[in-house]
Design a protein around this ligand. Structure first.
Ligand SMILES: NC(=O)C1=CN([C@@H]2O[C@H](COP(=O)(O)OP(=O)(O)OC[C@H]3O[C@@H](n4cnc5c(N)ncnc54)[C@H](OP(=O)(O)O)[C@@H]3O)[C@@H](O)[C@H]2O)C=CC1
Ligand SMILES: O=C1O[C@H](COP(=O)(O)O)[C@@H](O)[C@H](O)[C@H]1O
Length: 491
C-alpha cells in the first residue's frame, strides 16, 4: 500500500553504473518501493557513460538486486514494478553536450527533480554547471552529494562553492551514511527523550567516551581513491566526527535541521586541536600488513591491487581528543577506526563515573561503573551495563555486571531495520535535511583534520604496522592504557 506521506519525485542518478549505485542505492530504492514508500509516479533516470540501452541497464540493476538484497526481501512482483521505473541515458558528465536529454525527460512533468551525484566529488561542479547551462533544473530541484567532499578545507570549499553557485543550501543534501543508521537516530531519542540520561550527560557523571568503527574489509580495489585519502579523511573527518557530535552536542531547541546542525557545529569548533607534543602522544597511525581474517589469508596494504610499495598512507587511526567546553572539559574521547580488523563493529561506549563512596568488595572495584553501550553494527542495539548482586546463597554481596538490553531486532521483531540509504533517500524525497551535513560542519571538520595532517607531515610520523586481523598497532592499546583504561572488549 502506498503511504501518501512520500511525495513523488524524478531521481536523476549520475554514476548509475558505479559501485555505490549498484551496492546501495538500487537495493535501498527497491526496499522503499516494496514497503510502499515510493510514490507510484516516482521515476529514476540512470546516467552513465556506458553505451547500453534501457533494457540492458534494467537487466544490470536486476542483477544487482539479486546480488545485494537479502533473498527474503526479493519479491518478483516488486522487482518488476521497481525496474519499470528505470530509464537510462548515456552521457559524458564533463561536457554540456547531451544534457538536453535530461530536460527532455522532464518535459511536461511538474514533480520536483532530485539529482544524485554518485560520482567522485571532483566532477560535482561540472555536473551542477552543466545542469544549469542546459536548463534542466527549476527552483525546486535538489541535489544529493556523497562524501568525501574534497581532500582538505581548500578543496572542499571549492567544491561547495561550485555546488552552491547552482543550488541554495536548503536544497543541498550532503550524505554521511552513518547518520542514516537506525541506532544513530535512536541516540537522539535516547539522549533527548530520557531525563535519566539527559541529566547525566556531562563531565560530572561521565568519565570518558569511546568510539570504535572497525572494518573487516581492506580497501576493496579502491587504491586510487584510498591511498590519497587514508583512514583519517575516509572515516574520521566524516563518520567518526559526526558520531562524536551527536554524543557531545547540547540539546537542540527542536528537531529542525538547523537547530541540530547548529549544535553540532559548536562541538566541532570546540574540538581541541592537537599540539606538536600531543600528536606524538595521543594519536596513533597504522597500516596493515599481511594477516588473516576469519581464517582466510589476506594481503598487506602495500600488496593491494594497484599499490605503491612506498606508501605511508594510514589504514588505522586511534586518538584521544577532547571537546573543550563546560559540558565536557576533562573528558577524553577515545576514537579508533581501522581496516582489516578482526570484526566489523561500530560502537560507542559511554563510561560513567564510579560512585563517590564504594562499599563493596575492594577486589571488584574496577567493575563499579556503569557503561552505556551503543551498538551501530553488526547488531543494532543499546545496552546499559549495570551491577547487580550475583545470585546464590554462597556468593555473599558479590557484584555481577550485566546488561539492561535493548536489541532492536528482538525488541521490535516485526520491523525490519532499514539500511541507512533507505532512510536517507526517504528524507530527501520528503525534503527534510536534519540527517544531512551542512557546509559549515564539513568545513570545521576539515579545519581540525587539516591541522592533524599538517602535524603528521611536520613531525614526519610514519604509520605503525599491524597485522590484518588484529585490533591495530600495539601503540593504540598503550595510548589508552597509560590513562589506566582499556578499549571495551566485550565483542
Ligand atoms: N562505493 C561506496 O561504498 C561509497 C562511495 N562513496 C562516494 O560515492 C561516490 C561514487 O562512488 P563509487 O560508486 O564507489 O564510484 P565508482 O567509480 O564505482 O562509480 C562512479 C561512476 O561515475 C562514473 N563517472 C565518473 N566520471 C564520469 C564522467 N565524466 N562521465 C560519465 N560518468 C562518469 C564512472 O564511470 P566509469 O566507470 O565509466 O569511469 C563510474 O561508473 C564517490 O563520491 C564516493 O566517494 C561514499 C561512501 C561509500
Ligand atoms: O564511507 C565509507 O564507509 C565505509 C564503511 O561503511 P559501513 O557502513 O560499512 O560501516 C568504508 O568501508 C569506506 O572506506 C568509506 O569510504
Amino acid at each position: 500500500m502506498i503511504q501518501d506521506a512520500t511525495p513523488e519525485i524524478d531521481l536523476a542518478l549520475f554514476g548509475a553504473m558505479g559501485d555505490l549505485a549498484m551496492r546501495k542505492l538500487y537495493p535501498a530504492l527497491y526496499n522503499l518501493d516494496r514497503d510502499g514508500l515510493l510514490a507510484a509516479e516516482t521515476r529514476v533516470l540512470g546516467l552513465a557513460r556506458q553505451e547500453i540501452d534501457g533494457d540492458a541497464f534494467r537487466q544490470r540493476v536486476e542483477e544487482a538486486l539479486d546480488k545485494y538484497l537479502k533473498p527474503g526481501n526479493l519479491d518478483q512482483q516488486c522487482v518488476k514494478r521497481f525496474i519499470a521505473r528505470l530509464e537510462y541515458i548515456q552521457l559524458d558528465f564533463a561536457t554540456v553536450e547531451g544534457y538536453e536529454a535530461i530536460r527532455e525527460w522532464r518535459e511536461g512533468v511538474s514533480r520536483p527533480m532530485t539529482v544524485y551525484l554518485a560520482v567522485p566529488a571532483a566532477i560535482y561542479g561540472d555536473i551542477c554547471g552543466n545542469l544549469e547551462a542546459s536548463e534542466s533544473l527549476d527552483n525546486q530541484s535538489r541535489v544529493v552529494v556523497e562524501k568525501p567532499i574534497g581532500y582538505d578545507l581548500e578543496s572542499s570549499q571549492e567544491i561547495n562553492d561550485a555546488i552552491g553557485a547552482v543550488f541554495p543550501e536548503e536544497r543541498i543534501y550532503r550524505i554521511d551514511h552513518y547518520l542514516g543508521k537506525e541506532t544513530v537516530q535512536n541516540l537522539i531519542a535516547l539522549r533527548f527523550a530520557n531525563p535519566l540520561f539527559g541529566n547525566q550527560w556531562n563531565q560530572n557523571q561521565i568519565s570518558h567516551v569511546e568510539i570504535t568503527v572497525a572494518e573487516q574489509v581492506g580497501i576493496e580495489g579502491r587504491w586510487g581513491y584510498f591511498d590519497k585519502a587514508g583512514q583519517l579523511r575516509d572515516m574520521v573527518q566524516n563518520h567518526l566526527l559526526q558520531l562524536l557530535c551527536l554524543i557531545a552536542m547540547d540539546p537542540p531547541s527542536n528537531l529542525d535541521a538547523d537547530a541540530i546542525r547548529d549544535e553540532k557545529v559548536k562541538v566541532l569548533k570546540a574540538l581541541k586541536p592537537f599540539s606538536r607534543d600531543s600528536i606524538g602522544r595521543d594519536v596513533v597511525r597504522g597500516q596493515y600488513t599481511a594477516g588473516s581474517i576469519d581464517g582466510t589469508s589476506v594481503p598487506g596494504y602495500l600488496d593491494e591491487e594497484g599499490s605503491d610499495t612506498e606508501s605511508r598512507t594510514e589504514t588505522f587511526v586511534a586518538m584521544k581528543t577532547e571537546v573543550a567546553n563546560w559540558r565536557w572539559a576533562g573528558v577524553p574521547f577515545y576514537l579508533r577506526t581501522g581496516k582489516r580488523m578482526p570484526d566489523k563493529l561500530s560502537q560507542i561506549i559511554i563510561h560513567f563515573r564510579q560512585q563517590p563512596h564504594y562499599i563493596f568488595d575492594p577486589d571488584q572495584r574496577d567493575l563499579a561503573a556503569n557503561k552505556l553501550i551503543i551498538r551501530l553494527q553488526p547488531e543494532e542495539g543499546i545496552a546499559l551495563q549495570v551491577l547487580t548482586k550475583d545470585g546464590g546463597l554462597d556468593k555473599g554481596m558479590r557484584l555481577r555486571p550485566g546488561p539492561l538490553h535493548l536489541d532492536f531486532n528482538s525488541a521490535f521483531p516485526k520491523s525490519r531495520i532499514p539500511d541507512a540509504y533507505e532512510r536517507l533517500l526517504l528524507e530527501v524525497m520528503k525534503g527534510q535535511q536534519y540527517l544531512f551535513v551542512r557546509r559549515d560542519e564539513i568545513e570545521h571538520a576539515w579545519r581540525w583534520c587539516d591541522k592533524l595532517v599538517a602535524g603528521w607531515a611536520e613531525r614526519d610520523i610514519p604509520p605503525r604496522r599491524y597485522p590484518a586481523g588484529s585490533w591495530g598497532p600495539v601503540a593504540s592499546i598503550a595510548m589508552i592504557t597509560k590513562d589506566g583504561r582499556s578499549w571495551y572488549e566485550d565483542y
